[in-house]
Design a protein around this ligand. Structure first.
Ligand SMILES: [Zn+2]
Length: 240
């Protein structure tokens, strides 16, 4: 089901030029919107509690400009679904493709306009799934949430929807850490927004992977002077 929620009156002033210029220059607006979140499929209360603890961490950081900047500082590689540019109604060129993530996160972080009574952030559906033999922490479909220019204003359609492999939740070490799950949830949400990470590698990190590291590190991913749980984490290869 796709429905239009939370029209962004804020961006009306950008007019058609915004379609070609995804860096919108929104200055310091940082709403850190809350979101309605549903949790299903968690058999253990402790697992559900850890994921519930992770969500506000994720929401605060994914709406932080310093986290987006961290991604763009460390990663120049983007991989998008076949539909995301068309869905967005933005001009499909290299610059817009590279800037799409920043653009999407900027819009998701805006507060509601004066006549807008819906939630400012799309709903998030988190589904626990116990898969002890499978090597994934989370998974999600692409293109579940669309940020698009409707000819008049920016509109967001759809809901975030992702799975968490509960086999790993509270399984020890970093898997007992809410920040770790905040980063995984953010990564899956980027899949929902149309971002991918193809297998072919050799050119550095994809934006979607840099984002979950930037979430984990609170915007300090790759900063040599920042001692943090994330410092040992950059291992290449991932399983989600
Ligand atoms: Zn992934």
């Amino acid at each position: 089901m796709s429905r239009s929620i939370s029209r962004r009156q804020f961006f009306k002033v950008c007019g058609a030029s915004a379609v070609a210029m995804p860096i919108l220059g929104t200055g310091t607006v940082q709403a850190a919107n809350s979101a309605r979140v549903s949790y299903t499929g968690f058999d253990l209360d402790a697992d559900k509690a850890l994921i519930k603890k992770a969500v506000p961490i994720m929401l605060g950081r994914i709406q932080s400009k310093s986290v987006w900047q961290n991604v763009y500082d460390v990663s120049a590689r983007y991989a998008l679904s076949g539909k995301v540019m068309k869905n967005s109604n933005m001009t499909d060129n290299e610059k817009n493709r590279k800037n799409l993530l920043w653009h999407q996160l900027s819009i998701l972080s805006q507060p509601n306009g004066p006549n807008d009574t819906g939630p400012a952030f799309p709903d998030i559906n988190i589904r626990g799934n116990y898969k002890p033999k499978e090597k994934w922490l989370g998974r999600a479909h692409v293109d579940k949430v669309v940020i698009k220019w409707d000819g008049n204003e920016w509109v967001q359609d759809g809901e975030f929807d992702l799975e968490i492999n509960t086999h790993y939740v509270n399984s020890g070490g970093r898997y007992n850490n809410a920040e770790e799950w905040a980063s995984t949830i953010a990564h899956e949400m980027l899949h929902n927004l149309g971002h991918e990470h193809p297998e072919d590698d050799g050119g550095g990190e994809w934006q979607i992977d840099a984002l979950n590291m930037a979430i984990l590190c609170g915007g300090h991913y790759g900063h040599a002077d920042h001692k943090h749980v994330c410092s040992f984490h950059r291992s290449g290869g991932h399983n989600w």
